[in-house]
Design a protein around this ligand. Structure first.
Ligand SMILES: *[C@@H]1O[C@H](CO)[C@@H](O)[C@H](O)[C@H]1NC(C)=O
Ligand SMILES: *[C@@H]1O[C@H](CO)[C@@H](O)[C@H](O)[C@H]1NC(C)=O
Ligand SMILES: *[C@@H]1O[C@H](CO)[C@@H](O)[C@H](O)[C@H]1NC(C)=O
Ligand SMILES: *[C@@H]1O[C@H](CO)[C@@H](O)[C@H](O)[C@H]1NC(C)=O
Ligand SMILES: *[C@@H]1O[C@H](CO)[C@@H](O)[C@H](O)[C@H]1NC(C)=O
Ligand SMILES: *[C@@H]1O[C@H](CO)[C@@H](O)[C@H](O)[C@H]1NC(C)=O
Ligand SMILES: *[C@@H]1O[C@H](CO)[C@@H](O)[C@H](O)[C@H]1NC(C)=O
Ligand SMILES: *[C@@H]1O[C@H](CO)[C@@H](O)[C@H](O)[C@H]1NC(C)=O
Ligand SMILES: *[C@@H]1O[C@H](CO)[C@@H](O)[C@H](O)[C@H]1NC(C)=O
Ligand SMILES: *[C@@H]1O[C@H](CO)[C@@H](O)[C@H](O)[C@H]1NC(C)=O
Ligand SMILES: *[C@@H]1O[C@H](CO)[C@@H](O)[C@H](O)[C@H]1NC(C)=O
Ligand SMILES: *[C@@H]1O[C@H](CO)[C@@H](O)[C@H](O)[C@H]1NC(C)=O
Length: 723
């Protein structure tokens, strides 16, 4: 996706350079009129808003076609058709080839389907062909004859490039040689016939076959985007002769092999994205040649070995991602000159040693991900200089000293999302020495075996939306002030040793009461380091904080007291998990007012009474358990209750209904207890493993999406893709 986004910028620039011809007040040529007529006939609607009608092809309204929306003429001839985003449906008529003076054709962002008539690829004056984001399909013609073309973009269609358009290419025999060469792959014959081409966009199609030889002949090429296809094989040598290249996007294919020193030949590169491929071997130490590079992503390949020292010599670099490879050694870059770096992602590798102090030179850093490595030691005190840092993940390392970590990080006043999961093993949650994080929206410090109470300084983070402190050993009560977080909609305190009653204030969380009362800053970029750790939804992944399901998870603690009837206020809550506590009393009838509820788990408590029939009114409830309590009476019938398995109700001696054949399911208390313990034990083991797998996968996927998708929109202020 990022490919397209950057392309936009360049498209804009290029358009300025080439200049869509201005509309002039001249009447239009009969040949052009015919072509327009034919074009309209190909459209489902047969018309375009703002165009005259073809009532007999020579009516007075059609003679001034040069004044029609999107049509430009010069000397009485149509030279430009700018019909992007005009909601056009239908097919592309081959009558377009009648515009023999056409220089500019933009049909992008419509719903055109079918194949492109091959005649369109023989317009000798055409300079700009923009067919992006339609539903065009079929082969990619082998015999392109566009000698004037500078900008060619067919991204975001369904071209599969595996065969030329045979039926429409009467002269195909002439191109038999190239036909064979490109069969099954991308066609580069254009590079022989279109010497002036500067920009070639083939992204997001279904092009397959090996990465072709032949781009080397497109010697003026500045932008080459082949990303998000199914291209395989290795990069051919001639690609590295394209010294004018500013943008090379080949991410999200199946390209293999080593990268080699030749990448250093492309000294004008500004953006290089090789992510999501199968590259292997070590990184070449040639980055000192790429002085203009601003964007570099090698993420999700199989690169191994050490970081090349020349990576430190990229003075223009703004975005650097090597995430999800097998790089090792220390993070031994010299960050001194990387002063414009905005995003550094070295996560999911095998880096060892300490978190490098030098990162604090990158004072423009907004995002830092070092998660899933083997780093140890403390967070350097110099990190306090990272005043723009907003997203930080250091999870799954072996960092120590959470007190100093928090004392340092709280000085980074822009921090909005902090993920420290799986570090600081067994340390104590600091109570003092931390003032708080005023701009914090997301805090994830799970699975650290931290002891001590929930820290009072958290109270200062009034913008919190998501808190996950699960899988620690936190003691004491759940503070009542959680209820004051006006934006909180996801609270996971599960698997701790919390005691006392559930604070009633949790039933007053504004964001869970109503979506309307919940201020969600829409401008905030997606959060790249999501981990979904809920056992009952383990395969779910969310790309940004806003798409997390509103949840309260207090499971597996030592909470006592009753379940507040006021939970019924939380009409926006989707998940309530109180499993594995010592809750007593009855299940409030009012829980049926949580109309959005999808998961309700009250199992393994000491609840008494009956299951309120009202719960059958929870239409979205897909997962429900009251197992192992002391409930009695009839299991309600109807609604979602017909879909719940008997395990949802087991371990309650007094419950009867469809799920237990009669009402004398008299299991002995000792059996009940044994079951309970066994269940819990298994659960911890499975969960432990699940956390590892799930959070790993999620991290990879989440970053892959959000990072590129949301984050860059916001950080670089790039235009949003509209499809
Ligand atoms: C030329 O444009 C003017 C105003 O834009 C319009 O009034 C006039 O009818 C046009 N003439 C022709 C021949 O289209
Ligand atoms: C000409 O236009 C009129 C009104 O727009 C329409 O009723 C008529 O069918 C059209 N004739 C042809 C031949 O398209
Ligand atoms: C084509 O039209 C679309 C939609 O108006 C626009 O975004 C795009 O920049 C245009 N393409 C060119 C090459 O001008
Ligand atoms: C695109 O075309 C395919 C078949 O070629 C069709 O299944 C699909 O629904 C079309 N999509 C749109 C958005 O028109
Ligand atoms: C390419 O697409 C065309 C038309 O959609 C289809 O007939 C052909 O089988 C596809 N080829 C491959 C290799 O998928
Ligand atoms: C085929 O190519 C020849 C020579 O290149 C040309 O004269 C002829 O018009 C072409 N035929 C068609 C149907 O395009
Ligand atoms: C990627 O390519 C390799 C060999 O080049 C092949 O074994 C593998 O199946 C391909 N993967 C996909 C997803 O096409
Ligand atoms: C940083 O830039 C200075 C001045 O251009 C240069 O002398 C120095 O070698 C660079 N340092 C690194 C590590 O690239
Ligand atoms: C890094 O990994 C390579 C293999 O990929 C291995 O040969 C080398 O010993 C490793 N180096 C360190 C410092 O771990
Ligand atoms: C980084 O490079 C600068 C020169 O650009 C040098 O002064 C500094 O000592 C280097 N730092 C390290 C840790 O090598
Ligand atoms: C709940 O637990 C707290 C702390 O363990 C204890 O002081 C209190 O008596 C308990 N209350 C009930 C109703 O069991
Ligand atoms: C469950 O509650 C009853 C009273 O309602 C109490 O007697 C019993 O001890 C409780 N059991 C547990 C395991 O807390």
């Amino acid at each position: 996706m990022v490919g397209i986004r950057f392309l936009w910028v360049f498209v804009g620039l290029l358009t300025l350079a080439i200049g869509a011809p201005d509309s002039q007040n001249l009447s239009c040529n009969p040949g052009d009129l015919n072509a327009l007529d034919g074009f309209l006939r190909g459209l489902d609607s047969g018309a375009i808003v703002g165009w005259g009608s073809f009532n007999g092809s020579s009516s007075s309204s059609s003679s001034d076609c040069c004044n029609w929306v999107g049509v430009s003429c010069e000397l009485g001839r149509v030279v430009g058709l700018d019909l992007g985003k005009k909601s056009l449906k239908g097919s592309v008529s081959d009558s377009l080839s009648g515009f023999d003076r056409l220089r500019f054709l933009n049909l992008s962002f419509n719903s055109l389907h079918g194949s492109i008539p091959s005649k369109l690829f023989s317009l000798s004056n055409l300079e700009v062909l923009d067919l992006r984001f339609n539903n065009l399909s079929g082969g990619f013609p082998a015999n392109i004859q566009l000698p004037s073309i500078k900008f060619f973009d067919i991204s975001g269609n369904g071209f599969n490039g595996s065969h030329p358009i045979l039926s429409e290419s009467p002269n195909l025999t002439t191109y038999n040689a190239s036909f064979n060469l490109f069969y099954g792959g991308i066609n580069t014959s254009m590079c022989n016939t279109s010497p002036r081409i500067q920009s070639m966009g083939l992204s997001m199609n279904m092009l397959s076959g090996e990465f072709p030889y032949g781009f080397g002949n497109c010697s003026s090429l500045q932008h080459l985007c082949v990303d998000s296809n199914k291209v395989s094989g290795e990069l051919p040598d001639d690609l590295f002769t394209l010294t004018s290249l500013k943008q090379l996007f080949i991410q999200d294919n199946n390209i293999t092999g080593i990268l080699g020193d030749r990448i250093g030949n492309l000294s004008n590169l500004v953006q290089l994205d090789l992510s999501l491929n199968g590259f292997s071997g070590t990184l070449p130490d040639v980055f000192r040649n790429l002085q203009r590079l601003q964007f570099l992503s090698f993420q999700s390949n199989h690169f191994s070995g050490l970081l090349p020292p020349s990576l430190s010599m990229l003075p223009s670099i703004r975005f650097l991602s090597l995430r999800n490879n097998s790089l090792n050694g220390t993070v031994s870059l010299n960050f001194t000159n990387m002063t414009v770096l905005i995003s550094l992602d070295l996560g999911s590798n095998q880096f060892t040693g300490q978190v490098p102090d030098g990162i604090s030179n990158c004072v423009g850093l907004k995002l830092l991900n070092l998660a899933w490595n083997r780093l140890h030691g403390e967070i350097p005190g110099s990190f306090k200089n990272l005043q723009l840092l907003s997203y930080l993940s250091l999870s799954n390392n072996s960092l120590t000293n959470i007190s100093s970590a928090l004392a340092v990080l709280q000085q980074c006043k822009n921090l909005s999302s902090v993920v420290l999961t799986m570090n600081f093993h067994g340390e104590e949650m600091p109570l003092g020495g931390v003032e708080g994080f005023t701009n914090l929206e997301v805090l994830i410090v799970a699975n650290c075996q931290l002891s001590g109470p929930i820290p009072p300084w958290l109270r200062a983070s009034s913008k919190l939306q998501l808190v996950d402190l699960s899988w620690n050993r936190l003691e004491g009560p759940v503070p009542h002030w959680f209820g004051k977080f006006e934006e909180l909609f996801y609270l996971d305190l599960s698997n701790n040793s919390l005691v006392g009653v559930i604070p009633k204030s949790l039933t007053e969380l504004k964001c869970l009461i109503s979506r309307d009362k919940c201020i969600r800053r829409s401008s905030s970029p997606g959060f790249p380091f999501f981990m979904k750790r809920n056992q009952r939804a383990k395969s779910l992944q969310y790309n940004q904080v806003q798409s997390f399901p509103p949840s309260i998870d207090l499971s597996d603690n030592h909470l006592n007291g009753t379940i507040w009837p006021e939970f019924g206020n939380l009409k926006f809550l989707m998940m309530l998990d109180l499993n594995g506590n010592n809750l007593s009393g009855t299940i409030p009838v009012e829980l049926s007012e949580m109309k959005s509820l999808e998961n309700l788990d009250l199992s393994h408590n000491n609840l008494t009474g009956t299951i309120p029939t009202s719960l059958t009114g929870l239409n979205f409830l897909s997962s429900f358990s009251v197992a192992y309590n002391d409930l009695h009476g009839l299991i309600p019938l109807g609604g979602q209750f017909s879909t719940f398995p008997s395990t949802s109700f087991e371990g309650n001696r007094g419950l009867c209904g469809e799920h237990s054949s009669n009402c004398s399911d008299q299991r002995s208390p000792s059996l009940k207890l044994g079951n309970s313990i066994r269940r819990k034990k298994n659960k911890s083991v499975i969960l432990g493993i699940t956390i590892g797998i799930v959070s790993g996968a999620v991290l990879i996927l989440a970053i892959a999406y959000i990072f590129v998708d949301q984050f860059w929109n916001a950080v670089l202020g790039l235009p949003k893709l509209e499809i």
